[in-house]
Write a new protein. Sequence first.
Length: 489
Amino acid sequence: MISAKELKNPHVVRRDLLASLVVFLVALPLCVGVAVASGVPAELGLVTGIVGGLVVGFLPGSKLQVSGPAAGLTVLVYEAVKEFGLATLGPIVLAAGLLQVVLGLARFGRWFRAISVSVVQGMLGGIGLIIVLGQVYAMADTEQPGSGLAKLAGLPGLAVEIITNHEALTAFGLGAGTVAVLLLWPRLPATVRLVPAPLAAVALTTAVAFLAGLRPAVADVNGLLKAIDLPGGADFARLADVAIIGTVLAFALIASAESLFSAAAVDRMHDGPRTDYDKELVAQGVGNTLCGALGALPMTAVIVRSATNVQAGATTALSRIAHGLWLLLFAALLPAAVGIIPLAALAGILVHAGCKLVPAKEFGPLWREHRGEAVLLAVTAIAIVVTNLFEGVVFGLLLAVVKSAWETSHVQLTTRRLTGGRVVVTLTGNATFLRLPRILEQLEKLPQDQPIELDLTGLRHLDHACRVALENWARRHNNAEIEPVTIRR
């Protein structure tokens, strides 16, 4: 929210309006690129960006993070549109938004912070790999295979297509040039870098294509109002489909996790008020509900735009609200400008964004310090590539729970021999079914011809499976002529 005091300060207003222009220039090519990569009209990405600014921008939660269509949901949206159709996307996004609102009102926002960071990084890494694999085909103006494994298997054939087909080679050259500009732009002088890298890359690639007389594939632009297709009753009736319910849950979970982890990152970048996670979750839910009602793309808080907003000097929500206004004016007054951008250039932007989602720099230190977490990250990313986004994330979450249970179920077994031949076996720690094979293996090595006492008083936790197994072992272990094993609890 913006206070009247802040609006009366001309210095704050001027600074935030300038920041909003920078954010707008970053958001514009990303909104269009995410839409095209998701298999929907380019204008629907702009609609989501507009709602993220003009609606979510006014709502409480985080003052400085900026919402819009995100590369992290591209894979899921593409799969949903391909399987259920574009008309069903709106109801899916609307239902996911309502679920986010309910979760926020029920104060579940803070619990998203309990999700393993390695699972989230693995999720983003897997999404990044899928985006890169898919958009490499788009850079060559070639149809991409459906699954992640098929995309990998098709890379040699894609390379042959690029080498032997002039049109594919031309398109790929434009896309590769876009990536090259994005990589080189941060090394240029500060005065040049006042122009955001994505905008510069798209503008330069478009100019090269025009001056060279090339005719690359471009986005089909019909105008903002023509692109909006409000869902009907029949579309909402499909929400009863079990497969669609699973997609709604995936949208809500991933959009919420990405938004709240983005909020945590943005909070570390400034000294202003901290994010209220529950209110931010409600704000994201309201935005997605409206986007769904308009048949547009789902939104999340996007770290690239949010970081740009902070670095541009924004201190109030005015900057993110104004960036939505600039998107609306552009979509209303200059829609044809989108129709001259080569699709290969937009694919190049998404390839660059996908690479940035892969936590390659963080993996090495994580492997050295917390090997189990590194394995969790890698397995989650690979599972997403091999299966799909929803199943991969669920598998990663389950693996994180198992890993946590394994690490917390430490149990120590010590043996003492007393005078008279009695053996005292003491268990300490947490005895769960995960450690049961090791416990029984050690107990079965004990002599069967001596009195044994099993001391369980040092256990902090003893689950049912472990208790039953220990009682059965105590009943069977000793020879018939020796007194049974006694258990002290």
